[in-house]
Design a protein around this ligand. Structure first.
Ligand SMILES: Nc1nc2c(c(=O)[nH]1)N(C=O)[C@@H](CNc1ccc(C(=O)N[C@@H](CCC(=O)O)C(=O)O)cc1)CN2
Ligand SMILES: Nc1nc2c(ncn2[C@@H]2O[C@H](COP(=O)(O)OP(=O)(O)OP(=O)(O)O)[C@@H](O)[C@H]2O)c(=O)[nH]1
Ligand SMILES: [Mg+2]
Length: 445
């Protein structure tokens, strides 16, 4: 997919801005830079102010800050030039026009600068993914996790495991190659003990309830409950805007309505759903099916009940069937008294979306629960299904190693495990993976 040559792209967003940055990377970057400025190559890694010209007409296009990074000390490892232009549309268009006319220069593919950094050995694949996540990070917790991964925290963990397995493999091969030599009696037992210890670490890493993935993707929270309970009102309150239609008519919401929230630094995908009730209306029934499906896959379910028509039997039914994470009884402003006997009510929160009663406590509780679901632990978290699948496959190979009927097969199982872990960081053949990983990058990155 990538071809060599010199690439260029606007690294800052399209459209008007104070400053716009255009980056060039590749063997012709220096020559082109000289050609569109005054012929001198600036000193490496020092900012200089220069006129940028159209070399054909000599016309000055902008007065810009120029940065020159000679290879290999650059982001991509190649010669890199940066033009920090005034961010007007016409300035950007004129400079991009001139660059696209230069022989040997072409517009970069999305992610191609980073891809070159990977191919030059500047970053491994987990750092590349961390960089992509950093650019996509919308909340504090996401930013921290991404920066940590970009800095090599996951890479260090996986490379550490791989190095330990390589040592085990070297010993296992020695046992095969020199069966008659006087190898220490307990070597085999040592290897098995090391693999067992590694398996425990991998298992602990995998058994993180998807915290890292949740933090990356957003924690899915569903609001479910009977019709007219105030579910849409609650979503609007949390979103701070009128995202969903509210009305006194039961059965108003049909489609699932999703909003993105930042709750205490954690990203939440909150869904308002159709009220659950018996209905003869086919459309409403489809809405209820969608509500149940979304809720089933959610990380957290808020069951919102209608305090104005509070019914213990119905409450017990909802609680047993919908698997709620939290029960909230709304419209406390209309309730004469808090229902007493039902057990579920003892643990439920009483609120009024309308009057605001109990809402601060509810929000604090929700923030706490969301943080519990996605807060990072001491160790770096697995953030992608790609890592999980490779580790599960490595884990299977290691389990087979422990049961292997012959030293040859045991060594082969180790080789497979080493390879799987190597694929996570990109240490071994990952050609097939690269297009997938770089596909979602933005242009100019
Ligand atoms: N103007 C500008 N700002 C930017 C970037 C950029 O490319 N240009 N970055 C782009 O993402 C990020 C910074 N990342 C960078 C990472 C490495 C190198 C670099 O020159 N690395 C050399 C030298 C290392 C050193 O001096 O310590 C190297 O790795 O050899 C540059 C930027 C964020 N800000
Ligand atoms: N008194 C009172 N009325 C409320 C409260 N919260 C919501 N309502 C009203 O209850 C009615 C239903 O609110 P919605 O938010 O549309 O309820 P819903 O659960 O989304 O209803 P469906 O989409 O039909 O299932 C509206 O008239 C709201 O104004 C509250 O705390 N107190
Ligand atoms: Mg509704």
């Amino acid at each position: 997919m990538t071809s060599p040559g010199t690439i260029f792209a606007l690294a800052t967003p399209q459209g008007r801005s104070g400053v716009a940055v255009v980056r060039l990377s590749g063997p012709s970057a220096g020559a082109v830079l000289q050609k569109i400025t005054d012929g001198r190559l600036p000193p490496g890694r020092k900012v200089v102010l220069r006129s940028v010209r159209d070399p054909e007409t000599g016309q000055v296009l902008d007065s810009a800050l120029i940065l020159w990074f000679p290879a290999p000390a650059s982001f991509t490892g190649e010669d890199v030039a940066e033009l920090h232009l005034h961010g007007g549309r016409a300035v950007i268009a004129a400079v991009m026009q001139v660059l696209s006319r230069q022989p040997g220069l072409r517009l970069a593919e999305p992610g191609e600068f980073t891809r070159r950094a990977f191919l030059a050995g500047k970053m491994d694949l987990t750092s590349v993914e961390g960089l992509a996540d950093l650019i996509d990070a919308e909340t504090e917790a996401q930013r921290r996790q991404a920066l940590r991964q970009m800095g090599g925290a996951l890479s260090a963990l996986y490379e550490g495991w791989r190095a330990r397995l390589l040592r085990v493999l070297a010993h296992a091969e020695a046992i095969i190659d020199f069966p008659d030599e006087d190898l220490p009696e307990e070597t085999n037992a040592h290897l098995r003990a090391e693999v067992t210890a590694l398996l425990e670490e991998i298992d602990a890493h995998l058994a993180d309830s998807r915290r890292g993935e949740r933090l990356r993707e957003g924690i899915r929270v569903a609001i479910i409950g009977p019709a007219n309970a105030g579910k849409s009102s609650l979503l609007n309150w949390l979103a701070g805007r009128d995202a969903a239609i509210v009305s006194a008519t039961a059965g108003t919401t049909r489609d699932v309505i999703e909003v993105h929230l930042d709750l205490g630094g954690y990203p939440v995908l909150l869904a308002d759903t159709a009220g659950l009730r018996e209905t003869a209306d086919a459309l409403e029934e489809e809405g209820i099916r969608r509500a149940r499906r979304w809720a089933r896959e959610a990380d957290y379910r808020i069951l919102l009940l209608d305090g104005a028509v509070y019914d213990e039997r119905q409450t017990a039914e909802f609680t047993s069937q919908e698997n709620p994470s939290l029960v909230v009884v709304n419209k406390s402003d209309l309730m004469m008294s808090w229902p007493t006997s039902a057990t579920v009510v003892g643990e439920a929160l009483s609120v009024s979306v309308k009057s605001g009663q109990g809402m601060a406590g509810f929000l604090a509780r929700l923030e706490q629960e969301v943080a519990r679901l996605a807060a990072p632990g001491e160790a770096p978290a697995l953030t992608r299904i790609r890592h999980r699948m490779a580790l599960e496959s490595a884990r299977e190979s290691l389990m087979r190693f422990l049961q292997a009927p012959s030293p040859d097969l045991a060594a082969e199982d180790l080789r497979l495990a080493v390879r799987e872990i190597g694929r996570i960081t990109g240490r071994v053949d990952v050609e097939d993976l690269l297009d997938v990983i770089f596909r979602d990058f933005c242009l100019g990155k």
